[in-house]
Design a protein around this ligand. Structure first.
Ligand SMILES: Nc1ncnc2c1ncn2[C@@H]1O[C@H](COP(=O)(O)OP(=O)(O)OP(=O)(O)O)[C@@H](O)[C@H]1O
Length: 286
């Protein structure tokens, strides 16, 4: 049995006529220690997929099994880094991270917890801002706090929902490296949602496209057999990198085009409405 398994998972939102199936028949297996990236189109259901694995929402059909047990709610062993940093605005950087550390490492001494918080804040280069509150930080800095907080909780499975998409290239590169260091040194398992194929190739063992929704399904996997550690500049020179990148992008473009041509074939019935002509206005509005 795989470390994480999704079996025929489907999820809809809404009721009756307004019901939309966002994810349909999702099957996914991730082995312990693997780093998997899901690349997908905007609105295809990537966050829904992360929320399901995190246990924040429940599937309508299918099973999500983590380490042999069904996922029935959120747990510290499955840590999430969200796209929008979700920090507590009234707490400073130290306290935002320490709240999470205190929750997970209840039995550790005060000194150990303090050290842990400081280490992880330092890891994202925010030590000089450790006493600042979120509103005093830039968007990139806030996202770094969120990354630091999630990593400090030492989750066994790290779920990342486009955590770096709003960052500048330099910060993004640094955090990619930090996440990879933690993943490999601590032998973690990671699932990264990204809209950046290059980020996926740099970080993951496999890339799996999430086809456009509604009824989004997972596409074929692309294995990344490029030796680690991978260097961004060196990657660009590798012929296997270029081939892989082109195949993934071609797949995504094809599937995107197919979806848009299907949508344009669709005809919509308009309601047969008669215009209502109002007469006898008693007042002019200008
Ligand atoms: N709680 C909800 N209730 C109703 N519809 C929802 C809900 N959450 C998401 N949706 C809809 O489901 C679809 C998929 O949303 P989701 O956020 O999972 O996609 P995404 O791929 O993460 O999007 P993005 O790339 O914009 O972050 C969208 O059409 C969205 O409007």
């Amino acid at each position: 049995m795989a470390y994480l398994e999704l079996k025929n998972v489907s999820k809809s939102y809404g009721e009756g006529k307004n019901k939309t199936k966002v994810l349909s028949d999702i099957n996914l297996e991730i082995e312990e220690g693997e780093f998997v990236a899901i690349v997908g189109f905007t609105g295809s259901g990537k966050t829904t997929l992360v929320n399901l694995i995190a246990g924040l929402i429940k599937p309508d059909e299918g099973d999500i099994i983590f380490k042999g047990n069904p996922v029935e709610g959120p747990a510290h062993e499955r840590g999430v880094i969200f796209q929008n940093y979700s920090l507590l605005p009234w707490l400073n950087v130290y306290n935002n991270v320490s709240m999470a550390v205190n929750e997970v490492f209840k039995k550790s001494s005060k000194e150990e917890k303090d050290q842990r918080v400081k280490n992880y804040v330092n890891m994202v280069n925010l030590s000089p801002a450790i006493h600042k509150k979120p509103q005093e930080l830039s968007g990139g800095m806030r996202q770094r706090v969120a990354v630091s907080r999630a990593l400090a909780m030492n989750p066994e499975l790290l779920l990342m929902d486009e955590p770096l998409s709003a960052l500048d290239a330099l910060t993004r590169g640094n955090l990619q490296e930090e996440i990879l260091k933690i993943w490999s040194h601590h032998k973690r398992t990671a699932l990264l949602i990204t809209n950046d194929v290059d980020e996926g190739i740099l970080m993951a063992d496999r890339i799996i496209p999430l086809n456009p929704g509604p009824n989004a399904t997972l596409g074929p996997q692309f294995k990344i057999n490029i030796e680690r550690p991978r260097d961004k500049t060196e990657l660009n020179k590798l012929p296997e990198y270029k081939t892989l990148r082109n195949s993934i992008i071609e797949y995504l473009m094809d599937i995107g085009n197919q979806r848009s041509s299907k949508q344009s074939e669709h005809t919509y019935e308009l309601p047969d409405l008669q215009p209502v002509i109002k007469t006898g206005f008693s007042r002019r509005i200008f």
